[in-house]
Design a protein around this ligand. Structure first.
Ligand code: NAP
Ligand code: GLV
Length: 306
């Protein structure tokens, strides 16, 4: 079995070493233009030339959960596209989102500002019932986040394409239930994949439906959010703040207003990192399963877009 590795912005050596350990009978190498086609590929943002050369590929393994960038390319015709299926990401995402929700709800950002001026000040306790949280996307990451938020007794709503039942979470599904879902929430967490149906979904109309004093946490993709609409709703007071981990252009350009907006918290696309060891174990296991003709989880449907 031949495995090729082609990941932009990723140090190849540790991945190659890990894949060789996990697949001792495979030939694993970093892609060079013109190399013979492989049986399986491990990729992140590969060039089109790489994909065009993979004429006999069985599995195309993306080392991230989101495949929006990969699906923009012309893919080898018979390869199964496989995304990372948790591989240690869901617990990180639950940590990040719970931290952001609790930081806002408990006003820890305000306390941090007070401490900077040696100011000892209490704030009136807020009612959890006044902070219903909505999670858009109840897949591998969204479901874990929704369950984690329930552990802190927040009222939690979820929105997905197909109906989902998660204990303690009020389910909404499909385009017809989007507005009702948004109107139920004060804090909105985006964990949707980026597809033609979800691009620009966080816009002036939809964000205006959140309860007054709304808070937006975008941890999915920058192109879900219309940047100017968020700023307008923060500046007119409908929204109280936002925590943003993903951006239309990454790294976020130095002149972008998100960096300096007083009610926006920016992190550098770090809410759920790809963990190399977990990912290699998952990918190697799935390559072997495909070789044996067994079904695997985490298959992407290129038509659906995720
Ligand atoms: P997933 O398992 O594929 O879940 C996607 C969820 O979104 C599913 O519940 C799906 O509904 C729902 N959905 C898709 N299209 C929809 C639509 N048009 N309307 C309503 N719901 C829709 O994906 P995941 O592993 O949880 O990852 C989600 C996204 O997180 C990734 O695509 C990636 O962009 C982002 N991500 C970000 C980071 C980071 O560090 N910031 C890290 C990892 C991932 P069904 O359940 O009905 O299919
Ligand atoms: C990161 O953003 C991922 O999609 O895994």
């Amino acid at each position: 079995m031949n495995v090729t590795f082609c990941c932009t912005d990723t140090k190849a050596e540790p991945w190659l070493a890990g894949l060789r350990m996990a697949l001792p009978h495979a030939h694993v190498s970093e892609w060079q233009p013109g190399a013979p086609p492989a049986d399986h590929a491990v990729v992140w943002a590969p060039p089109q030339q790489f994909l065009d050369e993979q004429t006999r590929l069985k599995g195309l393994f993306n080392i991230g959960a989101g495949v929006d960038a990969l699906l923009k390319l012309r893919l080898p015709p018979h390869a199964k596209v496989v995304r990372l299926d948790d591989a240690g990401m869901s617990v990180q995402m639950a940590e990040y989102v719970c931290h952001a929700v609790i930081r806002h709800f408990r006003e820890f950002d305000g306390y941090e500002a007070d401490v900077a001026h040696s100011k000892w000040s209490y704030r009136k306790p807020r009612m959890r019932a006044d902070f219903p949280v909505g999670v858009m996307g109840l897949g591998v990451l969204g479901e874990r986040v929704a369950r984690a938020l329930r552990q802190f007794d927040f009222p939690v709503h979820g929105w997905s394409r197909s109906p989902k039942t998660i204990e303690g979470v009020v389910g909404h599904s499909g385009a017809a239930q989007l507005d009702g879902f948004l109107a139920s929430c004060r804090v909105l967490v985006n964990l949707l994949p980026l597809t033609p149906d979800t691009r620009d979904i966080l816009n002036h109309r939809t964000l205006s439906l959140l309860r007054p004093g709304g808070y937006v946490i975008n941890v999915a993709r920058g192109a879900h959010l219309v940047d100017d609409d968020l700023i307008a709703l923060l500046d007119n007071g409908h929204l109280a703040g936002a925590t943003l981990d993903v951006f239309r252009t990454e790294p976020l350009p130095a002149a972008h207003p998100f960096w300096t907006h007083p009610r926006i918290t920016v992190t550098p696309h770090t809410s759920a990192r790809t963990l190399r060891e977990e990912s290699i174990a998952q990918i190697a296991g799935k390559m072997l399963a495909l070789e044996r003709g067994e079904p695997i989880a985490g298959l992407v449907d290129p038509v659906r877009g995720y």
